[in-house]
Design a protein around this ligand. Structure first.
Ligand code: FMN
Length: 329
């Protein structure tokens, strides 16, 4: 049982923030297969003050979309204070996470995201202010270090714990590795051993089997699922079966896959309107279909689809192929 402050997450599995992906339809599809805690995609502290339509949409939620976390990004202390003011006065999130893990150049160049791994003292100051302001748990997400010559996750994690965060998320790669190369279970294990707060680990958690492996190899308190949920919300159901009953569930039947795709597609059309909803769903078609052999042309076609009817036609073609569904364990 993962506990973050007053919050209990029995499975210990959390849906990671995913920029450009973690909208309300995505979160709800994953919740329908057992996801117990989800995040909005990362929101920059700077953009929160602008009141842009784009940022407002990222913040849209609903009663069933609970419990839910927000993840903030920034490095300027005054701006972080303003962002916290806005979040605390206008919204009700269960966790406020701070991103010290994003590897994007544009952000790290101005000391944000993983750039903060180079300045643990500054990270400490930001987290100290956030924890002092917040009545709900503040958490932080880090990486193992900047590069292989500066693996300092243990030091950074201790700073964060001293600042009062209630849990620490760690992606087991350096900033230099971005999203490829092996995940460093050893560093995650070291961080877990050094802290008294819960440690939630991530990196290449692409199947139920890899969730189990992450728990076993690192002794972590929770696991964060990211790319493993893209076109594969069943990962939550499969993980529960494996962790609770040591059962490897069969792959979902093609009818369940396509039924889920249609539900997801319709949620996009409702959330964004059909025109934008189809465009934003295209990448999901790709993710749902990618495990099925021989769908390359179909996936290319999906990138050009403009109406719901055309997308449904492609989904039906996928089902008619009777191909294997996304990976199970
Ligand atoms: C498309 C995409 C968007 C992401 N956006 C975020 C984000 O907004 N905030 C964050 O902390 N991590 C973000 N990440 C990182 C993931 O949450 C996760 O830490 C990383 O992908 C490692 O897990 P995985 O190897 O199991 O995918 C993103 C990753 C991807 C692939």
């Amino acid at each position: 049982m993962l506990k973050i402050g007053p919050l209990a997450i029995p499975s210990g599995c959390i849906l990671s923030p995913l920029s450009g992906v973690s909208d309300l339809p995505f979160r709800m599809i994953n919740r329908s297969f057992g996801c117990e805690f989800a995040f909005l995609e990362m929101i920059s502290a700077r953009s929160l003050g602008w009141k842009s339509k784009k940022t407002d949409r990222k913040l849209v939620t609903c009663a069933a979309d609970k419990p839910l976390g927000i993840q903030l990004l920034g490095s300027d202390i005054t701006m972080m204070q303003k962002a916290m003011d806005i979040v605390l006065s206008q919204y009700r999130f269960d966790i406020i996470d701070f991103n010290a893990a994003c590897p994007v150049h544009k952000l790290t160049d101005r000391g944000e995201g993983a750039g903060l791994l180079k300045t643990p003292q500054k990270l400490f100051e930001i987290l100290k202010i956030m924890t002092a302001m917040s009545p709900v748990p503040v958490t932080v997400k880090i990486r193992t270090g900047w590069d292989e010559n500066s693996v300092n996750a243990r030091e950074v994690a201790l700073y964060a714990q001293d600042a009062g965060v209630k849990a620490l998320f760690i992606h087991g790669r350096t900033r230099k590795q971005q999203y490829s190369g092996g995940v460093d279970y050893r560093v995650i294990k070291e961080v877990k051993a050094a802290l008294s707060i819960p440690v939630i680990a991530g990196g290449d958690v692409l199947s139920a089997g890899l969730v189990k492996k992450m728990f076993e190899e690192t002794g972590c308190d929770g696991v964060v699922i990211a790319r493993g949920a893209l076109g594969n919300p069943w990962i939550f159901r499969q993980t529960a079966a494996l962790m609770e009953n040591n059962t490897i569930l069969p792959r979902p039947q093609p009818e369940e896959v396509t039924g889920t795709m249609i539900k997801h597609l319709d949620a996009h059309c409702e959330f964004y309107g059909e025109k934008i909803g189809i465009i934003t769903f295209r990448k999901f078609f790709h993710w749902y279909a990618r495990e099925h052999k021989g769908t390359r042309r179909m996936r290319t076609k999906a990138g050009l689809v403009e109406t719901r009817e055309q997308m449904i036609e492609l989904i039906n073609q996928l089902q008619a192929l009777g191909l294997p569904s996304p990976v199970s364990a």
